[in-house]
Write a new protein. Sequence first.
Length: 262
Amino acid sequence: MLDTDRYDAYFFDLDGTIFLGNELLPGVEKTLAALREKQKKIMFLTNTTVQTRTACQTRLQKLGLVARREEIMTAAYAAGLYLQENAEQARVLIVGEPALEEEIASFHIKQVQDAEEATHVLVGMDRAFTYEKLQQAADAVRNGAHLIVANPDPLCPVPGGAIPDTWPLARAIETAGGASVWAMTGKPSRYYAEQVFQQLQVQPERCVMVGDRLETDILLGKNSGMKTALVMTGVTTSRELEATEIQPDYILPTMEAMGQVE
């Protein structure tokens, strides 16, 4: 059983864990309120690149949840941190939506449109992806630019199903560019985990990662020494759980089950 008093910090995925579309999932509000009353540290860890941290904060607030911007880590923001720390003079060609461009701009990292100028290609989810964008990104990679992928998500859950996320686009660029991905900065990367541990000043063994994806949320927790809780309200099915070697420490039908555990 998940004893919420045993741990100091709780990390929560967003899509499929906290909400789906514009609806809070069962038990979320009660569970978060109980953890905050116990003065547990909370952070929301999302692989989104189509919303800034500020937009995520606004979305949570509209759903009635209290959240500070500093309690939110996105794959887009993690990519900005990575570039700032490892390639401060980078010239980045971005395949992604305005939120990704905005987050990278907040780090004062130069963005370029010309494949010949680019030192890095950064890929996020892009619902306006075109053949021209594929051509530009592939040209940049063939010219020696490092391919950075914000997250490895193949699909993004939406009400009624799922839509393609970042990874299919990255694989297309990788194939056309003739070079492998240089770095991945979102969940389940060790870089992402290190950033949130550093921000909250917590030890991994005192943390619980709660999410709906085995290959990102649960793997992030397992690879970095956290306890893990899989909620069955998102993309993972019971059949997929039975077939994989990635096994969480706890399985919750909804967040409401976590809120009921004392």
